[in-house]
Every structure is written in C-alpha cells, then in structure tokens.
Ligand binder design. Structure first.
Ligand SMILES: [Fe+2]
Ligand SMILES: [Fe+2]
Length: 389
C-alpha cells in the first residue's frame, strides 16, 4: 500500500482512483479459494476500477445461464407452490395503497426520515469536523438519500436476478413462484424510485461493492449461485437494512412503504432457503465447498465495505482521510444496528441450507460472526417477526 503521505500529496481525483484500485486489490488478495477469486475478479475490476455503474449510461451484463423448461408439470415442491399462492394473494399496488399525498420534509427533525442521533456526529467531531445544526440536517437528508438509493439499485438487481432464476430453475413450482417475485421486485423498484424522486429529491449512484456483487451474479451461469447470491445474500442484506430503517424512521410514508416491501422480501428469502436446502444436500462436496467460500467472502464484503464512499466524496473528501471515514461510518450507531440485524437473519439461513460446516465456521469465528448461529431461519420466521425485530 502506498503511504498515506503519498496519497495525500496527489490531487483528490487521482488519490481517489488509486485508493479504489488498492481497495480492489485488497479484496482480491484476501480471497483464499482460487476458484472464488477467478469468479469475482472481473466483477471487482468492472465495479471498482472501471466504475461501470457510474458512467451515466445503460450497463450491459452478459447473461450465461440456460433457460430450462419443465414439461412434466409434476408439482414436486408443494411448499414452494404454497408460497406462490400466498404471493399471488398478497400482491399490492404501490400507487393506491401508499399515501403519496403525505407531506415529507427530509430535514424536519420532528418526523425524521433518519433520526439525527443515528448519524456519526461524534465520530466526525473526533476528527475535528463539527457540523452545525443546519449541516447536520442536510447530512442526514443526504445519507438517507444515499441509503435508499442503494436499496433502489439493489431492487433493480433483484428484478433481473429473479427473472433469470425463473428461467433457470428446473421445476415448475419454482417458475410459478419466481414470476411473482419478478412482479414484487418491479414494484419495489417503482416505489423506492418514486419516494426518492418526489420526496427526498436526490438520487445517488450505485455503490461499487453492490455493483460488484450484482455483476458477478448476473454473469454466473449456475442457477444455485444466483439463488445464493440474490435470495440469500442480497435479500438478507436488504432485510437487515429495511428492518433497521423500518424501526428507526419516523416518517410515516417511508415506514408504510417499508412494511409492504419487508412482507414481500420475507417470502423471497423463504423461497431461497427452500430451494437451496434440497439442492445443497445433493451437491458434490467440492462444489459445496466453493459455495461456502464464496458466501463467506461476500459476507465479509457486506460486513466491512458498505461504507458510503459516495457520501465521503461529497462531504468530507479533503477534510479527513478516507481510512478514518471508513472507521467513523463503520462504528456509527446506524451501521452497527444494521449489521447486527443483517447477520442475525443471515447466519441461521446459511446453517439451514448446509453451508456453515465446521471448516467455514472457523473463518466466521475469526471475523466475529458466529454469535448469530443457532437463531431462527427464514422458513421459521413470519413477516410479523421481521417487522417486530
Ligand atoms: Fe425487493
Ligand atoms: Fe426481494
């Protein structure tokens, strides 16, 4: 790594680019499983180095999966068919069922989108950055816009991933269910976009980590990797983030929007664990090991690296080192609560589907994530449980 002195002497756009390349290299060098590294590396390059998600133009990602027809129509996944029926009955219309006439002021401290006490104000002050009252309210407005923008970008990824999964699963019950998820994700994209455009008035570009994970899933030809990545990891991340936001926001329209979305997401993760539990039980041990390693790497990416560099660039570049910002934001009350919710949901799902062997458990132990083992998995949790937590 270049010494900070060298980076500090560079003009800020150049220093940022060098840091991004080093970030990408750090991810690459910590991945132990060669196959996982080979699989992730092109997406890391497209996300962190080429910044394909930030070019302001449509981005092509070549799909390489096969579409599978099931002409047997045997219905051998009754639990999945049951989920499909429930999804059909619970469809909702974001235009009619949400009250878009609600007057939202993202800087109103009485009904905050994101309460001020969750912002990393103390951490910033420790680095000599003191925001006045007006700046604090602007900061939480921007941070909430950044976070909801990432939710929205993730929903676009979920929309295409669920469309791909619908094609690539082999059984008709999965296709029935997948089609409802495609509709769900389109609606989620619609309502987050509408909320951002008409209520918060600000959209942020896609975060490099999120882009990298989505790019890697879109291009992977294996249906179970798409399931694992999207239904378990990204949906798990989303449920953690949505759940935390649902708990803390005092803005009624956003709260109601999240309540509807969380109910759908609970079904999506349930679908993922049902499909993978059966599949992983029959998988070749070498292939299962690769999936365990891949999941661990993505879990670390999600734990360490959802660090709002887009906010840093806009607010604090030149005022503090990015390395310091990473620590400040990572230790902030909101991110701490978010990580706990996310991993409390995620780890039991990994156990349930069979990718939490003693070998990989030792890796999770090292990064402090085994404390979440033993909890209830997605097949045992209702939407009400998720909203209450
Ligand atoms: Fe969604
Ligand atoms: Fe979803």
């Amino acid at each position: 790594m270049l010494p900070d002195r060298a980076l500090d002497s560079m003009p800020s756009p150049a220093a940022r680019r060098v840091r991004d390349v080093f970030d990408a290299m750090k991810i690459a060098t910590r991945v132990e499983n060669k196959q996982v590294l080979v699989g992730l590396a092109p997406s890391v390059a497209r996300g962190f180095v080429l910044k394909e998600g930030k070019q302001g133009t449509p981005v092509g990602m070549r799909a390489s999966h096969e579409a599978w027809f099931d002409f047997r129509y045997q219905g051998d996944y009754p639990e999945m068919y049951e989920l499909y029926r429930r999804a059909v009955q619970n469809q909702w219309d974001g235009d009619r069922q949400l009250d878009w006439s609600t007057d939202v002021d993202p800087r109103n401290p009485e009904r905050p989108v994101l309460p001020l006490e969750l912002a990393p104000l103390e951490g910033l002050a420790a680095h000599g950055i003191r925001l006045d009252r007006d700046e604090q309210l602007r900061f939480v407005h921007d941070f909430a816009s950044w976070l909801l923008s990432q939710f929205m970008h993730g929903e676009q990824g979920a929309l295409y991933a669920s469309a791909q999964v619908t094609e690539s699963v082999h059984w008709v019950d999965g296709k029935f269910y997948g089609a409802t998820q495609v509709m769900d994700e389109a609606r989620h994209l619609e309502v987050f976009l509408r909320y951002l455009e008409t209520k918060l008035g600000k959209l942020y570009q896609v975060n490099d980590n999120l882009f990298t994970i989505m790019d890697s899933l879109m291009r992977d030809s294996r249906w179970d990797m798409k399931f694992l990545g999207m239904q378990i990891m990204i949906e798990g991340l989303a449920l953690g983030a949505f759940g935390t936001m649902y708990q803390v926001t005092r803005e009624p329209l956003l709260k109601e929007l999240l309540r509807y979305v969380i109910q759908d997401e609970a079904r999506h993760v349930h679908y993922g664990v049902l499909a993978l539990k059966r599949h992983f039980a029959e998988l070749d041990p070498r292939e299962l090991r690769e999936r365990e390693d891949w999941t661990f790497e993505v879990a670390c990416l999600m734990r360490d690296r959802f660090l709002a560099h887009e906010i840093y660039d806009e607010w604090f570049s030149g005022l503090m080192k990015r390395r310091d910002w990473d620590r400040v934001i990572s230790d902030s009350p909101f991110l701490t609560q978010f990580r706990q919710t996310m991993f409390r949901r995620l780890v039991p799902n990994l156990e349930y589907i069979g990718i939490f062997s003693p070998r990989i458990r030792a890796h999770y132990e090292k990064v402090g994530l085994t404390q979440y083992a033993g909890g209830r998995n997605a097949s045992q949790l209702t939407a009400e449980d998720l909203l209450a937590a």
